[in-house]
Unconditional design. Structure first.
Length: 410
């Protein structure tokens, strides 16, 4: 209980221990002074204005008081004006009040600390967000550069393959060119003889001379041989045209990123046209083609994969063996399988065959980029490569590709 009696000037006349403790006075003598200054809300003047010099209750509600130490407290109180005096009565335990005030102050301090911590966290969050944005930007740039380097690697591998095949292709072209050249030399002689015969027809009526010339040039055989030479020459030219077209299809770059329905068998045959001269001395080639639907893919890139696997298969055979190409499909995938009867690989080597620059070939036969590049192409087509191999029992590489591409990876 808090009780106090004051005159209208605010001088303390009577007070119980609760009021003295409220204003931090040790005794009534210590507190016998003007306490009007301790009334904060409402203040002393406001209370007297409410009374208007009339007796009775002038205020009931929350009353905020100060003390000698500058600490404020709020309590629920009633104030009366009686015969020129002001009486304050508050039913409140001062110890509980102080505890409540301390609790409020502690909460205020905790709130202030929490606000400060929150501000620090927000600052760190904003800093981290900016750093994350920078990291994402750098990662995107790195991915762009990686994609560019990957494309350059693929093209370098393709150009390297073309360089390796160049000598073989030149040999393949040189053979038909050689016999076409020889045929045309013979045809030139035949044409000269025929023109001589025609001139004789035009210049003389001596049939005996003409018949003698027919016998001399063996006209009947010449007529048959001319047709054969022309057919053979046409076949040679067609062969050159096919080789050049296959090499061009294999090496094409302009449409290399266009994913479209493709005939994988046509791609395999195109690759064989440019690679056969290189591998024919090392292996016998067998084909076991199944029925394949059109596959959404970048065919020149798949041709590069087939070339790499064929070259590896041939090089894995120490003498002369067999390389087999098989194809097939499931409900939503197609596969190309290339197997050889070569030396095979150990489990330890199989773990690393797709690592860049890892190779088990002798120096000069490879730099270890063919299989990593092939795996990159297949994975960009959302496919996979399965490998089976045992030392001494050859190897089997099976390339799986989906029939449809969700989105060709870059």
């Amino acid at each position: 209980m808090v009780c106090a009696l004051m005159d209208e000037t605010g001088t303390l006349l009577e007070a119980n221990a609760g009021f003295l403790r409220l204003i931090e006075a040790h005794s009534l003598a210590d507190g016998r002074s003007n306490v009007a200054r301790f009334f904060i809300q409402p203040n002393w003047k406001s209370l007297l204005k409410i009374s208007g010099a009339a007796d009775g209750e002038i205020y009931r509600g929350l009353l905020t008081l100060d003390d000698y130490m500058g600490k404020t407290r709020t309590l629920k109180a009633g104030v009366w004006h009686i015969h020129g005096q002001v009486r304050l009565v508050a039913e409140f335990d001062i110890a509980e009040l102080e505890q409540l005030n301390d609790t409020v102050l502690g909460l205020n301090r905790s709130y202030a600390l929490a606000e400060f911590a929150l501000a620090q966290s927000n600052f760190k969050l904003e800093t981290n967000a900016r750093a994350l944005e920078q990291s994402v930007s750098e990662l995107q740039e790195a991915n762009t550069q990686l994609s560019r380097m990957h494309n350059q690697l693929l093209q370098s591998e393709k150009l390297a393959s073309i360089g390796i095949l160049a000598a073989g292709v030149a040999h393949e072209i040189n053979n038909p060119i050689g016999f076409v050249t020889s045929n045309f030399s013979t045809l030139k002689s035949y044409v000269y003889q025929l023109l001589t015969l025609v001139g004789a027809y035009e210049a003389t009526d001596q049939l005996d001379l003409i018949e003698a010339m027919k016998t001399e040039i063996d006209l009947n055989w010449l007529k048959e041989d001319v047709v054969l030479l022309l057919d053979e020459s046409q076949s040679g030219l067609d062969r050159v045209k096919h080789i050049v077209r296959s090499l061009n299809d294999f090496a094409k770059i302009n449409d290399s990123e266009v994913c479209q329905p493709s005939d994988l068998h046509e791609g395999i045959e195109c690759t064989l046209s440019v690679a056969w001269n290189k591998i024919k001395h090392q292996c016998e080639l067998r084909k076991e083609y199944g029925e394949l639907p059109a596959v959404m893919c970048v065919l020149p890139q798949i041709n590069q994969v087939v070339l790499n696997l064929l070259t590896n298969a041939a090089q894995a055979i120490p003498g002369k063996g067999i390389v087999t190409i098989r194809t097939g499909h499931t409900a939503d995938e197609v596969w190309i399988e290339i197997s050889d009867t070569g030396q095979g690989m150990s489990p330890e080597n199989i773990k690393h065959i797709f690592d860049p620059f890892y190779t088990t070939k002798p120096v000069g036969q490879g730099v270890g980029l063919g299989l990593p590049a092939s795996l990159g192409i297949v994975e960009r087509h959302h496919g996979r490569i399965d490998v089976q191999s045992e030392c001494g029992n050859g190897s089997v590489f099976r390339v799986w590709l989906p029939l449809q591409q969700p989105t060709l990876s870059t």
